[in-house]
Each structure stands twice: as structure tokens, then as C-alpha cells.
Design a protein around this ligand. Structure first.
Ligand SMILES: Nc1nc2c(ncn2[C@@H]2O[C@H](COP(=O)(O)OP(=O)(O)OP(=O)(O)O)[C@@H](O)[C@H]2O)c(=O)[nH]1
Ligand SMILES: [Mg+2]
Length: 300
């Protein structure tokens, strides 16, 4: 994709280069001392020797990032769709494993903790089924929505979020469709903050800063299994519920497209151990999961 500029991170016997911020640090560290990305991810990427593409999965807390990413990885690894994917490194299986295990038990995975050292990372080799040699190495952490919100308010609260976004060759931005329908104003404000943050990360300095970035951005309305209007026409849904965000995308992103996804075929209402009402997914029926990534990969 257009903006992934760096080469694959290098390792020497005693040092490794951070896959996110390119800081060189001693191998015995667990995390990059500058941006706190896990050293294991940098080592595995370096061993592959292929330059990775970052695809960031971002959105507010509860947008469905963990569920989407877990389901996407599971579908890629099953090899039944138009894209194929193989995870690299045992750490890459954690998000998929947790999501699928939870869904099998008719529940959803836990909320992602806000501490950066708790985030699960994924390094996955993805290629179109029809062009298996056209491999793209995708790297992404499963970020916590609360941490993204804090980073939008106070830049560099989470240096790793900034590093990952700056390095990204494509973005998957998720919003909860039911939330957008019921409280579009709140989602729109988050969306506008996000667009201006992203625009700043990609714009750079200098006289051409008014130009739109070419980094492709796929906007996904999740949970559209319970919001048919989002599934029917995601772009029109976005304009009706989040007009400020749509304008921001048009102003700053030359390549953006709206999608809708959902993984639930049917669900029941249950009560958890704390007495809280919870959705229980009885039947999993993924829709619209692969298409956004497929579109992003076509922009490479
Ligand atoms: N109906 C339906 N509900 C979903 C779907 N995906 C997620 N949910 C619901 O949304 C909740 C939040 O999903 P997560 O994937 O944990 O959200 P997240 O964006 O990772 O949230 P943080 O970890 O807090 O950033 C889940 O617990 C489910 O209740 C979906 O496809 N359909
Ligand atoms: Mg999560």
C-alpha cells in the first residue's frame, strides 16, 4: 500500500529494531522502550524478512473491534473465502482463539484492557485466494477503545497507538451501527475527533498539507445483524447518522468506503454473574467481514 515506507525491521545478535517506531533496543527487553510495542512482534517480523504492512483496527470502546478481528482471522485461516491468511508466531492466535472460544460458549469476548502491555498483537500473512503469491504481511494490535479515546483527547498518552497509526498502510475504522442509530451525535463527535487526529498523523508538514491523504480507510458499521438499515446501504446510513464524520472523511481521505458487518444470526438475552443483562449469540453467521479488508488490499 502507498504509505508503508520502512523496510523489514532488522535484528542483530543482541538488538532488534521496533516494528512500529524503528527504535533499536536490546533483545532482552520485553517491550520497545520508546513506543512499548512487544519485542516478540518485532523479532518475528524481522525473522520473516518481508516488509510488513500495518492495518490498524480502530473505533470506540464496544464498537466490536475484538469480535471483528477474531472473526476475520478465523475466516482467513479457514481458507474458504476470497482471501487466505496464516498467522505468524503463537501470539498471533490469541485474538482469534479467544473470540472463537467465547462464541462457541454463546458469549462474547471480554472487553480489551486499557493497559498497552495487555494488548494482543497479530502478524498475519494474507493473500487473495486467486493470487496466492501476492502476499501482504499484516501487523495489527487489538487496541482498547478507551485508550484510543484517551489518545484522541491527549496526544501521545499512548505512544504505541500513534506509532501504529503512522505506520499504517490502511485503516479499518469500526462503529457500532445500533449506537449510531440511537445516539448518532456521540458517535459523530468521536468520529470527527478521530478523523482530525488521523489527518494530522498522515498529513505531515509543509505547503502541501491541505492535500488529502491516499491512505485507504474502510469504515465498518458493526452489529448490522441488528440494524438492517446499515446493512442495506452503509454509506447512506453514515450520512444520516454521522454527517460530520462523513464530511471529515471526504475532506481528508481520498480513498474511503463504507461497509457493514455482523456476526450474529440469532441471540438471546441472558444475565451474567453480576446480574447484568447480556446478549448471548446463539448462532454465528458472519456477514461483511472479509469485504473491507479485500477492498483495502486492492488499494495496495
Ligand atoms: N449483535 C452483535 N453484537 C456484537 C457484534 N460484535 C460485537 N457485538 C457486541 O459488542 C460488544 C463489544 O464487542 P467487542 O469486540 O468486545 O468491542 P471492542 O471494540 O473490542 O471494545 P473494547 O475492547 O472496549 O475496545 C460485544 O460484547 C457484543 O455484545 C456483532 O457482530 N453483532
Ligand atoms: Mg476489544
Amino acid at each position: 500500500m502507498t504509505t508503508a515506507t520502512s523496510n523489514s525491521p532488522r535484528t542483530s545478535t543482541s538488538k532488534v529494531e521496533c516494528v512500529c517506531c524503528e527504535e533499536s533496543f536490546a533483545k532482552h527487553n520485553l517491550y520497545c522502550p520508546k513506543c512499548h510495542a512487544p519485542a516478540e512482534v518485532s523479532s518475528v517480523v524481522a525473522e520473516r524478512g518481508a516488509p510488513p504492512q500495518f492495518i490498524s483496527v480502530i473505533g470506540p470502546s464496544g464498537a466490536g473491534k475484538t469480535v471483528y478481528l477474531g472473526m476475520l482471522l478465523d475466516m482467513l485461516s479457514q481458507g474458504k473465502c476470497s482471501l487466505r491468511g496464516l498467522p505468524n508466531g503463537p501470539f498471533s492466535l490469541a485474538v482469534q482463539q479467544e473470540t472463537i472460544r467465547a462464541l462457541e460458549q454463546q458469549r462474547f469476548p471480554e472487553k480489551t484492557p486499557s493497559e498497552a502491555d495487555q494488548w494482543r498483537w497479530v502478524h498475519c500473512e494474507v493473500a487473495p485466494a486467486k493470487r496466492p503469491k501476492r502476499i501482504v504481511d499484516i501487523v495489527t494490535p487489538d487496541l482498547a477503545g478507551e485508550s484510543i479515546a484517551l489518545e484522541l483527547e491527549h496526544e501521545e498518552t499512548y505512544p504505541v497507538i500513534q506509532s501504529v497509526i503512522r505506520k499504517s498502510a490502511g485503516l479499518l475504522v469500526l462503529f457500532d451501527s445500533a449506537q449510531a442509530r440511537e445516539d448518532g451525535r456521540t458517535e459523530d463527535i468521536f468520529g470527527m475527533k478521530l478523523v482530525s487526529y488521523l489527518a494530522k498523523q498522515f498529513r505531515g508538514e509543509g505547503p502541501l498539507r491541505w492535500r488529502r491523504t491516499k491512505v485507504p480507510i474502510a469504515i465498518i458499521y458493526t452489529k448490522a445483524d441488528s440494524c438492517p438499515e446499515a446493512m442495506e446501504d452503509p454509506e447512506e446510513f453514515a450520512m444520516a447518522t454521522m454527517p460530520g464524520f462523513v464530511q471529515g472523511c471526504e475532506r481528508h481521505f481520498a480513498r474511503h468506503r463504507f461497509f457493514a458487518s455482523g456476526i450474529v444470526g440469532s441471540y438471546a438475552m441472558g444475565v451474567d454473574g453480576y446480574g447484568r443483562r447480556q446478549h448471548m449469540p446463539l448462532h454465528v453467521e458472519p456477514r461483511g467481514i472479509i469485504e473491507p479488508l479485500e477492498w483495502l488490499m486492492e488499494q495496495v
